[in-house]
Design a protein around this ligand. Structure first.
Ligand code: ZN
Ligand code: ZN
Length: 467
């Protein structure tokens, strides 16, 4: 049985509420176009799921409006048919949105009849298998969604996320009181613990910062973790790799296996799936697409560039973590700072921030895909080759990980205030200085200025990346 999830851009939801709010309490309607992500097998439950992500909101033009009252809204299907044509050409799913300002909080019998008719129209025009999304804004807090997959079946949403400056997840949760997290409930209440228990989080890169992030997430009570890294433990990691023992380094065990065994051994309710792979590998796709939020703890530019695109295509926030240690020649440090950057619809991207270098990323991709050609180009000095090993100190990797995991809590419950995520923060460890560096977004950045990729989900080629 397929499950269906919906993710709305925060700005789209605000736009819909503005378009559909009526002072006289009458119903109103609008359209959305959505991208679609197919997940063949979720890493934890092995369930098949489809996730829709809002790509564009469209008003019903005034000439299409027929009538509306406190318990009905009727509009002509002229624009709907045009949108079906566009959806078919661009691989999108059409959705209708309407309000019940005076209730009920569920879809009505009238809605069932209307939507069945609209869905039939969609199938007649675009072929069997065409889906219709329906979103009901019943009140300020209540949102329902369902997906018509055939004339008899409308799948109710399993989880509904609103993503932008915050991460709000509407999901029916079974409440599990655990004494393990009771002290945390004293700080934040039970609701956060329930949410975390159902949250699906991916950690990409499980070295110094990643191993700290993963263990902190488990101690926080995150119920579902997927760990992605293709590296193996070695003796030079043992100064900062949480969970690793000398025997792991001697046996050169994959870092993800070491970390998964450590967390599972605590028996505090975390389901951990280790994946020894590079994040961009085909076998990681379902896992990444299944996550509610990702942590980018990788130190390669190509991996960062990949996650940078992924965040906007799939409306999955990425909390990107970086640490820079650069000792000065004589004494002190040229750089000794941790950085946490959130990538989400509305945020400047890592390219605009100058965090990733596309040239280095290309060289890394070449090294991974065609090692011989990379070596040849390195000899001929076309590529620079990786430099000396980077410095690593457990206190700084772990403190940066704490900053990153705290940012997740901020996005979920706003413990610092209601303004949501800080898009970018740095901590200069040797100077007691916290900064919030701004950035100038490139006016034609295809990732974070242009909205063409936001919520597009599955496209061919994947992430519209060639080669
Ligand atoms: Zn209705
Ligand atoms: Zn950008």
């Amino acid at each position: 049985m397929t499950q269906f999830d919906l993710t709305l851009q925060e700005s789209h939801l605000a736009h819909l509420r503005e378009l559909l709010g009526r002072d006289d309490g009458t119903e109103a309607s609008a359209y959305v176009l959505c991208g679609s992500a197919r997940i063949h097998s979720d890493p934890w439950d092995r369930t098949c799921r489809q996730r829709l992500t809002t790509h564009e909101v469209l008003a019903v033009p005034p000439e299409d409006r027929v009538s509306a009252s406190g318990n009905h809204v009727t509009w002509s299907t002229k624009t709907y048919v045009k949108l079906l044509k566009r959806a078919q050409a661009e691989g999108l799913v059409v959705g209708i949105v309407h309000t019940h300002p005076r209730g009920p909080e569920q879809f009505s019998d009238q809605d069932d009849r209307n939507e069945r008719e609209l869905h039939r129209l969609a199938q007649n025009r675009n072929g069997t298998g065409t889906q219709l999304l329906s979103i009901l804004l019943a009140s300020d807090s209540s949102i329902r969604a369902r997906l018509w997959v055939d004339s008899a079946t409308a799948l109710p949403h399993h989880s509904l996320r609103v993503v932008g400056r915050h991460l709000v997840i509407h999901r029916e949760v079974t409440k599990v009181a655990s004494e393990v997290f009771s002290r945390q409930a004293l700080a934040f209440g039970d609701a956060l613990n329930h949410q975390l228990r159902h949250l699906k989080v991916g950690v990409v890169g499980c070295g110094g910062t990643g191993s700290a992030v993963a263990t902190l997430l488990a101690r926080l009570g995150v119920g579902n973790l997927v760990l992605i890294d293709d590296d193996r433990a070695e003796a030079t990691n043992l100064n900062r790799l949480h969970g690793a023992r000398r025997s792991d380094a001697d046996a050169m065990r994959p870092k993800v296996d070491v970390l998964a065994a450590e967390i599972t051994g605590w028996s505090i309710g975390t389901r951990v799936v280790p994946m020894q792979a590079w994040a961009g590998d085909l076998l990681c796709r379902d896992a990444l697409k299944s996550c509610d939020v990702l942590f980018g703890c990788t130190d390669d530019h190509d991996g960062r560039l990949f996650l940078n695109r992924f965040a906007y295509f799939y409306l999955t926030p990425v909390i990107d973590v970086g640490l820079a240690i650069d000792p000065a020649m004589e004494s002190g440090f040229r750089e000794l700072s941790g950085r946490v950057t959130v990538l989400s619809a509305g945020a400047p991207c890592l390219i605009c921030r100058g965090v990733v270098n596309p040239v280095t990323a290309r060289e890394e991709a070449l090294k991974r895909a065609q090692p011989e050609q990379y070596e040849r180009q390195k000899r001929e000095a076309y590529v620079r080759g990786s430099g000396n090993p980077a410095p690593g100190v457990v206190t700084f990797t772990t403190e940066t990980a704490c900053m990153a995991v705290n940012e997740l809590i901020q996005g979920l419950i706003g413990y610092r205030g209601t303004e949501g995520w800080l898009w970018n923060q740095t901590r200069r460890f040797d100077r007691f200085l916290d900064h919030r560096p701004g950035t100038h977004q490139s006016p034609d950045c295809p990732i974070c200025i242009d909205h063409m990729y936001w919520g597009r989900a599955d496209v061919d080629p994947f992430l519209d990346r060639v080669g």
